[in-house]
Design a protein around this ligand. Structure first.
Ligand code: DAK
Length: 260
């Protein structure tokens, strides 16, 4: 697929994926959702050497200012449901990606933009970042998992307030509420994202993938997250990586994981 709205750059095994519609504050139109779906569903899984993905928005004003309002104005109920399903499926691909995906939130993260950041495993924001789910101001509700994931990060009390009021919060408040991992000046935020991905790349790759799966299982109500953790723990103990990791610990050396 040739991407119209995504920039894909790879350096030292780290992919920087930039949503590139700065004139529309990187709003998520259908084409962009399809491209994200293709990237995380088909493209990225084939790049086995990749250490992780940094997801950001073009320009210094917005990460993503929401779903493309101009496009979804004409939707009827059936089309709206299809659009929400496609978006949710895409965001699940991100949340279930087997390598860390770090959102680098460099400005407005509203509606679908906040939902996109929440689907990533980690979130680093620049000081000018703003978060919110303003859908109720448009007479709709979040369609890309916002009602679920905001509660997961913030708890019911504050999430309910933000979802009902549509209020925006600044980066420092989002950090304090548990939505973010770090808030940093713009010049330092990208380096921090790379540093985290590089650190995870020194760990057992199967273990990294299984931690992600187990964390996700905690939030799947049709699944017992504790039981899933037991199963995945058993899986990792049977790997060569675990033997290597344990041996390296005992021999007081760095492990050389092979992903086996
Ligand atoms: N969609 C389309 N264009 C957008 C946009 C958006 N979400 N946000 C901004 N733009 C465009 C503006 O229209 C403007 O374009 P021009 O007029 O220059 O052509 C350009 O980006 C610059 O925006 P502003 O001139 O407004 O810039 P300001 O600095 O004055 O304001 C702002 C920045 C972020 C505060 C403001 O742009 C704003 O309030 N934007 C909208 C925020 C918002 O309400 N976002 C949508 C949230 S609702 C669903 C699935 C998902 C969703 C819903 C349903 N189903 C499947 C049914 C999700 C919905 C949402 O995300």
């Amino acid at each position: 697929m040739t991407y119209e709205n995504l920039l894909v750059e790879e350096q030292d095994g780290i992919i920087t994926l930039t949503i590139n519609r700065p004139k529309a504050l990187n709003a998520l139109n259908t084409q962009t959702i399809l491209e994200l779906q293709h990237f995380f569903g088909e493209d990225a899984p084939q790049r086995e050497h990749v250490k992780g993905v940094i997801l950001t928005g073009a320009g210094d004003k917005a990460f993503v200012a929401g779903a493309d309002i101009k496009e979804f104005l004409s939707l009827d109920t059936q089309q709206g449901q299809a659009m929400a399903q496609r978006g949710q499926d895409t965001f699940f691909l991100i949340e279930r990606f087997h390598k860390p995906v770090v959102a680098l939130v460099n400005g407005f993260a509203l509606g679908g933009g906040c939902e996109l950041a929440m689907a990533c495993h980690l979130r680093i924001a620049t000081e000018n970042a703003r978060f919110g789910q303003p859908e109720v101001s448009l007479g709709i509700i979040p369609g890309y998992g916002g009602t679920q994931r905001l509660i997961q990060y913030l708890g019911k009390t504050k999430a309910t307030e933000l979802l009902l009021t549509g209020d925006m919060i600044k980066a420092d408040e989002a950090l304090q509420l548990g939505l973010l991992n770090y808030v940093l000046p713009a010049a330092e935020a990208l380096d921090k994202a790379k540093e985290i991905i590089k650190k995870t790349a020194t760990k057992g790759p199967i273990a990294i993938a299984k931690v992600i799966e187990s964390i996700n299982a905690y939030f799947q109500y049709d699944e017992d997250g504790f039981a899933r953790e037991v199963a995945e723990f058993g899986h990792t103990t049977g790997t060569e990586d675990f033997k290597e990791g344990a041996a390296a610990f005992i021999e007081k050396r760095q492990p050389d994981f092979k992903g086996e």
